[in-house]
Write a protein that binds this ligand. Structure first.
Ligand SMILES: [Zn+2]
Length: 226
């Protein structure tokens, strides 16, 4: 199961949106760029739509010397409201020493942070990982309980989907053996497929796998994205 797992390789940015005046305009590009997951706690936005996902400035916008990076796409990350407010204006006093919050473009996240699906906790593996885990409070009780609950629900939904798929096959066999009528089969098939659609959607939402609508390349003749 990959939900909440940290990536093992560095992310190379895929999108290059045009320069916007407001950093909030980058949000939907960042959502697509980072597969609709908070880059720090790995929570999918579709599993918690009330979490107020937004744009994180890796080099904080409140530090005057980073003012020129406020709308620099490479400085922006997709992030849940909780991680964003906890990260706030964190930046090392000594840039050579760190510690830095780890991000998926500059760091191999899994080398610093590992998600333990048995405990629901994020384990720090390096000083940077420890700094990130502590600052963003990645193991606060509510988050850990939420992750464990999500994993349990994912398992239950997966099992239920398998069960419904078997049921669909069983009904087809009954039809073949003339044990039910074509009309009975059609009604049963429809009911099962309706259930499956709903179950699959919920599962996708929990795992952050609901497809995003495609990004517009131009608007009013202006190129939005290369
Ligand atoms: Zn987060």
């Amino acid at each position: 199961m990959t939900v909440f797992q940290y990536p093992k390789t560095k992310h190379r940015r895929q999108l290059s949106p045009r320069q916007f005046k407001r950093y909030q305009s980058y949000k939907r590009y960042l959502q697509a760029e980072f597969s609709r997951v908070c880059v720090y706690c790995r929570q999918p936005d579709s599993s918690a739509p009330n979490l107020n996902f937004g744009v994180d400035h890796y080099r904080p916008k409140s530090i005057p010397r980073f003012a020129n990076l406020v709308c620099d796409y490479d400085n922006l990350y997709y992030c849940c409201g909780s991680c964003n407010s906890r990260k706030n204006n964190d930046w090392p006093l000594d840039e050579k020493l760190g510690p830095y919050v780890v991000n998926p473009c500059d760091h191999e996240m899994a080398a610093h942070l590992r998600f333990n699906s048995k405990t629901g906790k994020v384990e720090a593996r390096t000083p940077y990982g420890k700094h990130t885990e502590e600052l963003l409070q990645l193991n606060d009780d509510a988050l850990v309980q939420y992750r464990l609950g999500t994993l349990t629900t994912v398992r239950l939904l997966t099992a239920e989907i398998e069960q419904q798929e078997l049921q669909l096959k069983a009904v087809a066999k009954q039809l073949k053996a003339n044990l039910i009528t074509q009309a009975e089969y059609a009604a049963e098939e429809q009911a099962i497929n309706d259930d499956l659609t709903s179950l699959r959607y919920t599962l996708q939402a929990l795992k952050g796998e609901v497809p995003l609508s495609s990004l517009r390349k131009t608007r009013l003749g202006i190129t939005l994205i290369k």
